[in-house]
Design a protein around this ligand. Structure first.
Ligand code: GLC
Length: 416
């Protein structure tokens, strides 16, 4: 049975391969997505190492001169997705969107390199690209050196319609200069996707950024949405630690010092996002200075960044969540009135988040929690298939099928 599912995972990656890059799934997401590709490279590395490096190289083809690695690289045209390159108008070749996504890449590179030590030949090109990208995060998104990077669009978090954004998004106008032509609801039932009003606000922000000519400093200044996402910040901190590891072999002494400085600043800033009452880390609205009054699965991610101070409490919180949802890990606290078990990032389980959090518990020497998450993730995928996300109350598969990152995570989790 296990061999069958692993075979299915490999077949899914082959089927979603578009000649050197992997689409998240056919039709719904017909381009290369940033954090999807980082996870997918780790999946490829389990059975085709050259192909794993190619995935990374293709993603880096989309990197901007200022260091940004965009959320989407539009390698080839498609009518199946909105908003396409004609809406973004970033003026890059290949065409790209103009915002980032969670920076998993340095972590993926380290992981792939461990499986393929000969891959160090790729590092002359990849290491400087990663360093430039981490410098971009610090300069473009934390210009005041606070240790917390800002998110200017919910899509940057990869958790598009999380209830963590509700309060801050409510202040974003619903007016757009771009005509909204959604394609996603032609592929997937609307009840499992973000709402119309969410899309109006998403596109309002894109319009606003395009109006700055995609100038990073202006975007930071003008964006009506500016939050410190605990997910993005924890993923970046973990990536900085992995970059430091790579810098031991491929970087200079000065670069290691620079990375170490950022790590120290970020680790202490993330501490300030601990919510003792909720027993989990939360996001902060940087426009108002208030913390977001909702617990989401991103709040476990500091463990993945090796911040283990509150590991015991986080394990207790996870147990409480499990009492209210049959399967781990719901994307929103299942006791919260905003929890919606079928709607995208407002409740469903996502395999990539489960992998990061299980890795975090493993780092914190809390193997039982790590094992439980992995066991449940494998059981879900093996019984219903390679879905985009899953209902934590019933275990049903939701959203797109034959999903690349779900396949990649299943391949990675086969090792535990
Ligand atoms: C959705 C998800 C995002 C993902 C993308 C492609 O936009 O919210 O996290 O990267 O789909 O799978």
């Amino acid at each position: 049975m296990t061999t069958d599912i692993l075979e299915q995972c490999r077949a899914t990656l082959y089927a979603n391969d578009r000649g050197g890059y992997t689409v998240p799934t056919a039709r719904l997401y017909p381009f290369q997505w940033n954090w999807d590709s980082a996870f997918v490279a780790m999946g490829w590395a389990r059975f085709d190492r050259p192909r794993a490096w190619q995935e990374i190289e293709m993603l880096l083809r989309g990197q901007w001169k200022d260091g940004l690695i965009p959320q989407i690289i539009f390698h080839a045209p498609s009518d199946d997705y909105f908003p396409g390159p004609n809406v973004w108008q970033t003026g890059h070749t290949p065409e790209t969107s103009g915002i980032p996504q969670p920076p998993v890449l340095a972590t993926a590179v380290r992981n792939v390199l461990q499986l393929d030590p000969k891959g160090h030949t790729h590092m002359a090109r990849i290491y400087p690209a990663l360093l430039a990208n981490h410098r971009w995060w610090a300069e473009a998104r934390d210009p005041n050196g606070t240790g917390l990077v800002a998110t200017l669009h919910p899509w940057e978090t990869g958790m598009d319609n999380s209830p963590a954004w509700d309060a801050a998004m409510a202040r974003v106008p619903t007016t757009t200069t771009t005509e909204i032509q959604r394609r996603d609801t032609g592929h997937i039932d609307a009840s499992m996707r973000p709402k119309a009003e969410d899309y109006q606000r998403f596109i309002h922000l894109v319009d606003c950024f395009r109006d700055t000519g995609w100038n990073a400093a202006e975007m930071y200044r003008r964006s009506p949405f500016r939050v410190a996402d605990i997910g993005t910040n924890a993923i970046l901190l973990r990536a900085e630690r992995d970059l430091l590891f790579l810098a031991e072999s491929f970087g200079t002494e000065a670069e290691r010092r620079e990375i170490n400085d950022r790590i120290a600043r970020m680790a202490s800033a993330q501490d300030t996002l601990w919510d003792a009452q909720k027993g989990i880390y939360v996001c902060r609205d940087l426009s108002t200075g208030t913390t977001m009054d909702v617990a989401t699965s991103a709040g476990f991610l500091p463990l993945y960044a090796n911040i283990t101070t509150h590991a015991e409490t986080l394990a207790a919180t996870l147990t409480l969540w499990l009492e209210h949802a049959r399967w781990l890990i719901p994307s929103t606290d299942p006791r919260d009135h905003r929890f919606e078990p079928k709607r995208y990032w407002r409740g469903p389980i996502w395999a990539v988040v489960n992998w990061m959090i299980s890795d975090g518990f493993e780092n914190a020497d809390m193997k039982p929690a790590a094992d439980l998450i992995r066991k449940q993730t494998r059981a879900l995928i093996d019984s219903v298939g390679l879905y985009e996300y899953f209902d934590p109350t019933t275990g049903a598969g939701l959203g797109g099928t034959n999903f690349s990152w779900t396949a990649a995570i299943r391949l990675i989790m086969a090792e535990h």
